[in-house]
Write a protein that binds this ligand. Structure first.
Ligand SMILES: O=C(O)c1ccccc1NCC(=O)[C@H](O)[C@H](O)COP(=O)(O)O
Length: 221
């Protein structure tokens, strides 16, 4: 099958302006972090931002790190999330419970490492997609660090073998996205690479979208 234009997830939105930018972007997914850190957001604020700037078909994604199931359920209901992204050490059974109790798609974020392929196999029956992210000590995500992308083809193959979408995350930026696109991932997930001084930036988004569009034009030739 010829390569498809990858889906793009704009993650770590943490202000009304970020949501406004995401609404006008070509992203298919908009992610909000409900976990401690500089991008943590409150469900009530997210609901208000989304009411002010509807995302028109983009999937609202709620990210959690080892959160109690009741918090996940309440947050997903409040912001009307479409996708739940588990970014901590939630075991496969917990992913299954969350999927069953919310009726939403559940994605598992896994850090790149020695056992990632085994983890993909262990979660595959209980989740609806994967994010492979860089492993950075003391961080669960949003580090702005990349892992060695020569491992990307192996992950793409694993996603295809399980018939699940698999996104590549970690340190993707407008300047390096073409290197990643050369591997033809199903999706890319970006947070830090679209920020200037900690704020999502229209100029960086424009640069990224130009490169995504030019890749789409190239593969359709
Ligand atoms: O962004 C955070 O602060 C964060 C905290 C805890 C768990 C996940 C978090 N972010 C996840 C993401 O934004 C992305 O899915 C991914 O990690 C890529 O981030 P980046 O390297 O910044 O592009």
């Amino acid at each position: 099958m010829p390569p498809q234009t990858p889906m793009f997830k704009m993650c770590g939105l943490h202000s009304e302006n970020d949501v406004r930018l995401a609404a006008s972007s070509s992203a298919s997914f908009a992610g909000f972090v409900f976990a401690p850190g500089k991008r943590e957001v409150e469900p009530t604020a997210v609901r208000e931002w989304l009411q002010a700037h509807p995302l028109h078909g983009k999937k609202v994604t709620a990210l959690f790190v080892n959160a109690p199931v009741r918090k996940v359920i309440a947050t997903v209901e409040e912001i009307q999330a479409d996708v739940i992204q588990l970014h901590g050490e939630e075991p496969p059974e917990e992913a299954a419970i969350i999927r069953h109790r919310t009726g939403k798609d559940v994605w598992k974020a896994l850090p790149h490492g020695e056992y990632t392929h085994q983890q993909i196999d262990a979660y595959a029956d209980y989740v609806d997609g994967f994010i492979i992210d860089a492993k950075v000590d003391g961080r669960f995500g949003g580090s702005g660090e990349s892992f060695a992308w020569e491992h990307v083809p192996g992950y793409i193959k694993a996603g295809k073998a399980h018939r699940l979408p698999l996104f590549i995350a970690g340190g993707v930026r407008p300047e390096n996205v073409e290197d990643l696109l050369a591997y033809h991932p199903a999706g890319i997930d970006i947070s830090s690479g679209l920020e200037k001084d900690g704020v999502k930036d229209a100029g960086l988004l424009e640069q990224l979208e130009k490169r995504l569009n030019s890749y789409a034009a190239d593969i359709s030739r």
